[in-house]
Design a protein around this ligand. Structure first.
Ligand SMILES: Nc1nc2c(ncn2[C@@H]2O[C@H](COP(=O)(O)OP(=O)(O)O)[C@@H](O)[C@H]2O)c(=O)[nH]1
Ligand SMILES: [Mg+2]
Length: 227
């Protein structure tokens, strides 16, 4: 199999079936062998049932379910279950077909390609509050962790065999997992490309207490990267 798309999902009953249809329709046209792995955990709505119903209709859709809500844990489970040579991580409220096109172009030779909201040609249509958090969060990563890119959170495409050993070393399991993965990849000397994305929030964010969660996550990241 060429590509596994990982879709973490928590409380996404409003968008999930439409987004799965959109993504699989595009993948069918892109003519590559693929699977879409929905990893659900901690939902208080019908996300899991909807994911399972979609999987019954399309054998290329697979569903994984974990008991506790944890974004990083969900991604790790999805990546470990995935069978594709390439992995693309999308969000239910945000995906971009250019990352699927990149798979047919062998990721332009890179190991990891990330979507950045902070490049000059990116378009970030989220609220000012969200934009400021993203800006200061990434500034912090640069100053304290030596991060050389502009953004760690969100869409990613990579070669599974190259990233797996790095994922096995990751210690965080929350929303900060994305940052640990990218910083560890950078430190391991992988070839990383950032591409601009245009982000339009299709619903309000789910990490509701983000402003309180972010400092705690940064402490977890510091502890994880010190080892
Ligand atoms: N499996 C799982 N998915 C999650 C969790 N929290 C968020 N997600 C998913 O991760 C993606 C990004 O979440 P979102 O709330 O949009 O956060 P944002 O990236 O800050 O905009 C969406 O597909 C969510 O459904 C979680 O605890 N578990
Ligand atoms: Mg979002």
């Amino acid at each position: 199999m060429k590509l596994s798309v990982i879709l973490p999902a928590k409380d996404e009953e409003g968008l999930l079936s439409t987004v799965l249809k959109d993504i699989t329709s595009y993948l069918d046209v892109a003519r590559l062998t693929y699977e879409v792995v929905v990893v659900e955990n901690g939902s208080s709505d019908n996300t899991l049932e909807i994911a399972k119903a979609c999987a019954r209709k399309n054998f290329r859709i697979k569903v994984e379910c974990l008991l506790e809500p944890a974004y990083g844990k969900a991604l790790i489970r999805g990546i470990k279950k995935a069978r594709g040579r390439y992995i693309v991580i999308f969000n239910v409220d945000f995906w971009d077909k250019k990352f699927i096109d990149l798979i047919n172009a062998d990721l332009l030779g890179y190991d990891l390609v990330t979507g950045s909201k902070l490049l000059s040609s990116s378009k970030d249509n989220r609220s000012l509050n969200r934009k400021l958090i993203t800006f200061f969060f990434n500034l912090f990563l640069k100053i304290f962790f030596g991060f050389k890119g502009t953004d760690t959170h969100g869409i990613k495409a990579f070669r599974r065999n190259i990233l797996l050993p790095i994922i096995n070393r990751c210690r965080t399991e929350t929303g900060i997992f994305d940052s640990e993965l990218v910083i560890r990849s950078q430190r391991a000397g992988l070839d990383i490309l950032e591409l601009p994305v245009e982000i339009i929030e299709r619903r309000s964010p789910r990490f509701s207490n983000r402003i309180f969660q972010t400092p705690a996550d940064l402490i977890k990241l510091y502890a994880a990267l010190k080892r």
